[in-house]
Ligand binder design. Structure first.
Ligand code: SAH
Length: 391
């Protein structure tokens, strides 16, 4: 097996739990590993640190798979996936749709597997996983016995690995799309072939449940509502009326069908608009809400976009807070890893201060437990959800 030795004092991040070795960390590569091959990783003093897959064409040349002296074979992947499944069974008992494998969070860097009832949707995000696609599909098919395994590797980040986007059926037979999944006892339509990402935003499952104590009898505004899951949860927990807004006509059509499917067609209105303009119009027309939910797409796709992203987040939060009646609740999210939690908190407080509406905190929340955060890999933590009362 090939072996890489890190530069002196470059092992600390790996020792502290990170799984990525950057090109700049490497002093020497012995043997002639091909792209995707497994290589051993050693510190400058020779200490063996672990093994992972190699991609000389990526800035991240190695992603660690194991810190034990074990072969990276079918049994290895089966064991990791079994552990991932046990985690979901422990923390989400009874759930039938969830993220089964969350990349680094499940110590399988570059692999995402979303389970939508009996269909698995996979993303191979890195070359090291892409070259193992047959192995992974085989192991998943055997462990999960799904009806289908469908690939949605249409993510821009694959280009950093030298890979093209790829989608399509990998195993079994895909049921007619859209299909229906269950979440928190409600039904949602998902189209795994054409929906955004892998079809549905599973990471908000627990934050949607957190609406329960806020919405009884409430008038709710759901901004960036996508297929409507926050709206429909709010109605399920007793909201009187919901207004949802999103810029995607396709997402809103699904949202309307989702509302009808759960028996709430009459209590919700979904509007296609740019959220920034729409919030301004609502404010001008004097509308007020008991609960405002803000769940925008990642405004900060990289560190370079931080300043612009901060302005965007601050603006929607300012407008959202102004739309709350006194004592109303703000549920505000950010799914950008590049917007750190403390910076997000600061900008929400700034927005509240500009609006002259002091906040009282209900809770700080994150991503659902099927998106586990691996300590030492800050990139695995991205979703923030702050719930507060606007006094
Ligand atoms: N709240 C949703 C997920 C939102 S994802 C859920 O719980 O599933 C972000 C959404 O923002 C996407 O549906 C996207 O179509 C929408 N979006 C992106 N830019 C927008 C804009 N400027 N105005 C309104 N919606 C926008």
């Amino acid at each position: 097996m090939a072996r890489t030795t890190l530069k002196r004092n470059h092992e600390q991040r790996i020792v502290s739990g990170h799984l990525w070795v950057y090109l700049g960390n490497v002093a020497e590569v012995e043997g002639e590993p091909s792209p995707g091959d497994i290589v051993d990783v050693c510190a400058a003093n020779g200490e063996w640190l672990g093994r992972g897959y190699y991609n000389p064409h990526s800035q991240i040349v190695i992603r660690l798979l194991s810190r034990s002296d074990e072969p990276i074979d079918d049994a290895f992947f089966a064991e990791r996936i079994r552990r991932a499944r046990e985690w979901r069974a422990r923390f989400m008992p009874g759930a039938t749709s969830y993220r089964l494998v969350y990349s680094e969070g499940d110590r399988l860097p570059g692999l995402i597997v979303d389970k939508y009832e009996d269909v698995l949707v996979v993303q191979f995000l890195t070359l090291g996983m892409d070259v193992r696609r047959e192995q992974i599909v085989r192991v998943l098919a055997e462990l999960e016995r799904p009806r289908a395994i469908y690939e949605r590797s249409d993510v821009p980040s694959r280009k950093y690995e030298g890979l093209e986007p790829r989608t399509g059926l990998l195993w079994g037979e895909l049921p007619p799309q859209p299909m229906v999944i269950r979440e928190n006892g409600l039904a949602f339509e998902v189209d795994v072939a054409t929906g955004q990402k892998t079809g549905y935003f599973l990471d908000q499952k627990e934050n949607r449940q957190a609406l329960a104590p806020l919405v009884d009898g409430a008038r709710v505004l759901d901004v960036f509502c996508h297929n409507g899951p926050f709206s429909i949860h709010a109605l399920h927990y007793g909201a009187r009326a919901v207004l949802g807004v999103d810029s995607s006509a396709q997402a809103l059509e699904t949202a309307r069908r989702n509302a009808a499917r759960n028996g709430f067609a009459d209590a919700v209105r979904f509007v296609e608009a740019n959220a920034f303009d729409f919030l301004r119009e609502l404010e001008r027309s004097g509308e007020r809400f008991d609960v405002v939910i803000l769940d925008p797409p990642a405004f900060a796709k990289s560190k370079a976009h931080f300043a612009a992203a901060r302005r965007g987040y601050k603006e929607i939060n300012l407008r959202g807070i102004k739309l709350l009646r006194p004592g109303g609740f703000l549920v505000t999210c950010s799914c950008s890893h590049h917007m750190p939690a403390d910076a997000f908190y600061d900008l929400v407080l700034e927005a509240a201060s500009d609006a002259r509406r002091p906040l009282r905190l209900v809770e700080w929340r994150g991503q659902a437990k099927d998106h586990p955060v691996l300590a030492g890999v800050p990139e695995t933590s991205y979703l923030k959800c702050l719930i507060c009362e606007a006094l």
